[in-house]
Design a protein around this ligand. Structure first.
Ligand SMILES: [Zn+2]
Ligand SMILES: [Zn+2]
Length: 209
């Protein structure tokens, strides 16, 4: 799998274009702004986008979903818990103050252990609740897209609705830190750096000791 990282939007989200080098089938993860730049990168590489995957339902990560879906016809994928959580009116109202566009409805709901397949790529869904109830990481050895669960030298905020610090620590310790040490960590924001490894985070992330 080829991984292209683009910093997008006002909130500095790391959007990823994941592609199968053999078939040119692709998925876009967290298109949180700068949609035209993302679409240009996709067409320059001649990719056929099958999925738009939300690592979680926060508006800064899904606000480009509509534009990307209109341009590509790709299916929107989200964990079932975040699909439910972010569909509630009071949660929508809380986040609408950010002024970011909401995502169109989810087409494919996923859960722990599911795979998202395009071309010869098979991304494994790892459910890592804590930043949000339905946060997911996407794993295709050696690459791990961590969304706002794990950053380089940091972890996601847990003070938004649906967040839980103890749950997030549990998710990271039980489901991420046991992956191979050379696993490449691709975070949802670039605070601290734009990529890392599981070994580096296990040894030096101050939130995980
Ligand atoms: Zn978030
Ligand atoms: Zn974020």
């Amino acid at each position: 799998m080829k991984v292209d990282q683009l910093m997008v939007g006002m909130m500095g989200v790391c959007c990823y274009i994941l592609s199968c080098e053999k078939t040119a089938k692709a998925a876009i993860v967290d298109p949180g702004g700068d949609e035209q730049r993302i679409l240009d990168a996709v067409s320059e590489s001649g990719l056929d986008v099958k999925y738009i995957i939300a690592t979680h339902g926060h508006p800064d990560h899904v606000c480009g979903n509509r534009t990307i879906q209109e341009a590509t016809g790709a299916a929107i994928v989200m964990h079932e818990a975040d699909d439910d959580f972010f569909s509630q009116d009071q949660v929508k109202n809380y986040f609408s103050m950010l002024g970011l566009e909401a995502s169109p409805p989810t087409d494919t709901r996923v859960k722990e252990g599911d795979t998202i397949d395009f071309g010869e790529v098979s991304l494994k869904v790892i459910h890592t609740p804590g930043h949000t109830p339905g946060g997911i990481c996407l794993y295709d050895k050696p690459d791990l897209i961590t969304g706002d669960s794990l950053f380089v030298g940091g972890i996601g905020r847990t003070d938004f609705p649906g967040g839980s610090h103890s749950e997030l620590i549990h998710s990271i310790e039980q489901k991420l830190l046991n992956l191979p040490p050379d696993t490449v960590v691709w975070p949802g924001h670039g605070y601290g750096g734009s990529r890392s490894t599981i070994e580096e985070e296990r040894n030096s992330n101050p939130f995980l000791r």
